[in-house]
Design a protein around this ligand. Structure first.
Ligand SMILES: CC(C)(COP(=O)(O)OP(=O)(O)OC[C@H]1O[C@@H](n2cnc3c(N)ncnc32)[C@H](O)[C@@H]1OP(=O)(O)O)[C@@H](O)C(=O)NCCC(=O)NCCS
Length: 171
C-alpha cells in the first residue's frame, strides 16, 4: 500500500478496533516502541524534545506545533492523530481516538493555527478547523468550524475568534 493510500484510509477510517487492526496491522516492535515512548514523552521539559518523540510514537505532528506538558495523545492509535502547522495544544489536553464503549476507532485532526486550551478533551472522529479556539476544559465531541471559539461541556460557541495580540510564548 502506498503512503498516499495509507493516509486516505487513516483519514476516513471509522469502525471497530478489530476492523482497524485488520486493515492496518502494526508490527510488534513498532507497537512496543510506541508504547514505551508514550510512558514518558509527556513529562519531558521542552516541547522541542516532546515533538520528535510524539512523531516516533506515530503522531502526525507538524514540527512547528506545540504540545504542552502532560498532554495525553492516544497511545493506542497515535497514527490517527494529525496536528497541522502552527497549532497550540496546551498542557493536559486529552486526545482520544478510540472508544471501547462504542467499539469505535476514528481519527482526530487539529488543523493549522488552531488553539486547544488546557484540560480540553477531544473525542474520536473530531476535526478542529483552522484557527479555531477550544477553551480550557472543553469537551469536544463534534467537528469545530474554522475560526470558531468553543467552550464548556456541553460545548457551546462564543462565535469567531478575536485577533491575536502577539506571538505565543512557548516554553
Ligand atoms: C476560550 C477563551 C479563549 C475565551 O476567552 P474570551 O473570548 O475572552 O471569553 P470571555 O472570558 O469573554 O468569556 C465569554 C463567556 O464564555 C465563558 N467561558 C470562557 N472560557 C470558558 C471555558 N474555558 N469554559 C467554559 N466557559 C468559558 C465565560 O464564562 C463567559 O460566559 P458568560 O458570557 O456566560 O459570562 C478562554 O476563556 C480560554 O479558555 N482560554 C484558554 C486558556 C488556557 O488554556 N490557558 C493555558 C494555555 S495558554
Amino acid at each position: 500500500m502506498s503512503a498516499g493510500r495509507l493516509q486516505l484510509v487513516e483519514k476516513t477510517f471509522r469502525g471497530s478496533e478489530a476492523a482497524y487492526r485488520r486493515e492496518r496491522p502494526m508490527g510488534l516492535v513498532r507497537r512496543l516502541v510506541s508504547k514505551f515512548v508514550s510512558l514518558f514523552v509527556h513529562h519531558l521539559p521542552s516541547w522541542r524534545m516532546r515533538g520528535p518523540l510524539y512523531r516516533v510514537m506515530g503522531v502526525r505532528l507538524s514540527s512547528d506545533s506545540f504540545v504542552g506538558r502532560e498532554s495525553y495523545l492516544d497511545p493506542e492509535f497515535p497514527e490517527l492523530i494529525t496536528i497541522e502547522d502552527g497549532v497550540t495544544v496546551s498542557a493536559r489536553v486529552i486526545v482520544a481516538c478510540h472508544d471501547s464503549s462504542r467499539d469505535l476507532v476514528a481519527p482526530v485532526r487539529i488543523c493549522a493555527g488552531a488553539f486547544v486550551g488546557t484540560g480540553a478533551i477531544i473525542l474520536p472522529g473530531v476535526t478542529i478547523g483552522q484557527r479555531a479556539v477550544i477553551g480550557a476544559g472543553t469537551v469536544v465531541s463534534h467537528d469545530v468550524e474554522p475560526n470558531q471559539v468553543w467552550v464548556g461541556s456541553p460545548a457551546r460557541t462564543l462565535g469567531s475568534r478575536k485577533p491575536i495580540a502577539g506571538p505565543i510564548d512557548r516554553q
